[in-house]
Design a protein. Sequence first.
Length: 312
Amino acid sequence: MSGGQYIEGKYEHVPVFHDEVIYWLNPERSQVLVDGTVGYGGHAELLLRRMGSESTLVGIDRDEQALAACQSRLATFGQRAILLKGDFVDVKPLLRSVGVQSVDGVLFDLGVSSPQLDDPQRGFSFQTDGPLDMRMDRAGARTAAQLVNELPEAELADMIFQYGEERFSRRIARAIVQARAHKAFETTQELVAVIKGAVPAAYRHGRIHCATRTFQALRIAVNRELDVIAPAIHDAVDMLRPGGRIAVISFHSLEDRIVKHTLRALTEEPRPRVRVLTKKPQVPSEAECRENPRARSAKLRVAERLPKECVQ
């Protein structure tokens, strides 16, 4: 998730870990880099500005709106910027579809972007009213409204607990099922109102908004966000040249746990494929958090592909 602001009617995208991504991925020495979650192009632009004139960046995203904005942003780089619509879990076939067999670096910036959050019509935010959608790929089958209107109460409660780590998941699920018996959910604020009525008053006025965890859970479920992280990392590592690096930015503990365990598994004998360069995840500086408050929860982990003789 990256921050940003509107300037003269245009969204100015502020990527998280901008200095760290440049440091770890070595764009000056890279021929081909991949931004597997290119979004609105913040990281991609930073990398392209530092890459050589004969180098290429391949950007992948499943959000057509983001890709259109990214294409405009990166237009000055011409054919050096290749943008592909797709899910980053398909990084290997997507790269091969444009003739790329190996790369020098891969970046995955997980989660939802600020432009998606800030657009009420996308339905990601509990702070503004809009359709209860939450699909990153709007051609996708299921919306958040379909989940809250159709899932059995027990499945709904389990999803909110597992993906949102919400301690009041059963109370919230029960309230949702009771409310939808009278009227199907259509908007974000209809859901927020039910969540507020389901949780204790102290929780309703707590440090974080009482709908935060439920909305996170729905977004993860709609977009299958956790399911794709491990296989995407494995395939990205397959595409790395020896010495190439993968950098993964996560925004909550569920994502970071998967990234950590996946990279650790790739270091294990008898066929270690990477070495982890960040013994502990990097976190944003205080200055970056002031510039981009949504960066506060971000964590960055980096690994480097080992020489082929190490994995025989």
